[in-house]
Design a protein around this ligand. Structure first.
Ligand SMILES: NC(=O)c1ccc[n+]([C@@H]2O[C@H](COP(=O)([O-])OP(=O)(O)OC[C@H]3O[C@@H](n4cnc5c(N)ncnc54)[C@H](OP(=O)(O)O)[C@@H]3O)[C@@H](O)[C@H]2O)c1
Length: 357
């Protein structure tokens, strides 16, 4: 461990040796795209379950600016030899064990899966898989940066939040923590995701002919992100109603959240709470009155846009939240956490504007 760069105390100009495990997946490729532009990162390893003889920019032509690294089969020894920090973006069930293994070898690890986000019993119930090693579960810090920044700064193992939870929690936490929710009322989250949210799977329902010009809910009442959202909202919010739907788009999460308002709370108080909480946050934007976000305004950007509407007739706060699932919902937030841990300006490599139209 002696030769590893110590997180949280990086000197100006120092470069961190970084690896990406799961580099051929959608989140991994997005990590490579963002990290290629990071001035304090030296990409030293890209791994998956298979290897490629040709360098990454030849296999993935959209990735310019990358070193001529080739994709290799994952090995903990190679990571320990060549990396200070590793992003792990494997399917749940595999990712947490790999993250735990690398963390135990002294590396700083950011895991993008759901494997380290929940206590073991809750994980096994909602994911239907054995939980990751208990020491890693206990050590992992939930990396919702805007709400856990100080814990992230001191961490060496991050459980990066899920895409739906990121959009939902950034939308709901200001109301919940400010006591704006009517006691006993039920918070409803009606969320939609672009197809890249499912990864590079070849499942039939994700084929173009099935999902184009189509729209439908899935995992109704049993989506694994329910406990992650409830855990972070806490008892003040109670159990949530949460639906997930597949949008015929490539990228994007759109969460429409409905909050029963406590007595006496008006629109001005709601707006003040959100503006105060997110003042100075570079990656959350509360839109002006009357405006709601659109997926095209966040696509490709590490950004969450929030639109607030108070419906006085039903005493409901409606919060509309849009993110790019692969950026603020995965790789971008992971790099944001990396920047916090290593003491780099939080916006490093994350300032790209959205791609519109
Ligand atoms: N997609 C999103 O919007 C999103 C958002 C937030 C979080 N996440 C989480 O991020 C993780 C990755 O998701 P994804 O959508 O990027 O998945 P994906 O596109 O399916 O990619 C999975 C990656 O894992 C690799 N892999 C699978 N099993 C492996 C093993 N045993 N050893 C080494 N490599 C292995 C695959 O390599 P091969 O190419 O060799 O098979 C591939 O690189 C998941 O846990 C997911 O829940 C995803």
């Amino acid at each position: 461990m002696a030769d590893k760069m110590v997180s949280g105390a990086s000197s100006p100009g120092a470069r961190v040796r970084v690896g990406v495990v799961g580099a051929s997946g959608y989140s991994g490729l997005e990590l490579l795209r963002i990290l290629a532009a990071h001035p304090q990162v030296e990409l030293t390893l890209a791994a998956a379950s298979h290897s490629e003889a040709r360098p990454l920019p030849e296999v993935y032509p959209h990735l310019t600016g990358l070193p001529a690294l080739a994709l290799e089969v994952y090995s903990a020894d190679a990571c320990a030899e060549r990396c200070d920090a590793v992003f792990v973006a494997l399917p749940s069930g595999s990712s947490g064990a790999v993250a735990a293994e690398l963390w135990a070898r002294g590396l700083t690890v950011i895991d993008l899966s759901g494997d380290l986000r929940l206590p073991a019993a809750l994980y096994e119930r909602w994911y239907g898989k054995p939980a990751a090693p208990a020491e890693a579960q206990a050590a992992a810090v939930y990396g919702l940066t805007e709400w856990n920044r100080e814990q992230v700064r001191a961490a060496r193992l991050i459980a990066n939040p899920g895409c739906y939870p990121t959009a939902s929690l950034l939308a709901l936490l200001p109301a919940v923590r400010a006591g704006l929710v009517r006691p006993g009322g039920t918070v409803v989250i009606d969320a939609k995701s672009g197809v890249s949210g499912a990864g590079r799977s070849t499942a039939a329902h994700l084929m173009f002919a099935e999902m184009a010009e189509n729209f439908l809910p899935y995992k109704v009442g049993k989506h694994q992100h329910v406990p992650e959202i409830e855990q972070m909202l806490g008892e003040d919010a109670g159990p949530i109603v949460f639906t997930t739907q597949l949008l015929p788009t490539v990228r994007g999460i759109y969460a429409s959240c409905y909050v029963p308002l406590a007595d006496g709370v008006d629109e001005a108080r709601v707006r003040d709470a959100y503006l105060a909480r997110y003042e100075g946050e570079p990656f959350v934007r509360v839109l002006p009155p009357g405006e709601v976000p659109a997926l095209k305004h966040v696509r490709g950007a590490n950004m969450c846009q929030l639109g607030l509407v108070v419906d006085e007739r039903t005493r409901t706060l409606m919060v509309f939240s849009a993110i790019d699932n692969l950026v603020k919902g995965a790789a971008g937030q992971a790099v944001q956490n990396f920047n916090v841990i290593f003491g780099f300006p939080e916006e490093t490599a994350l300032t790209a504007a959205a791609l519109a139209p």
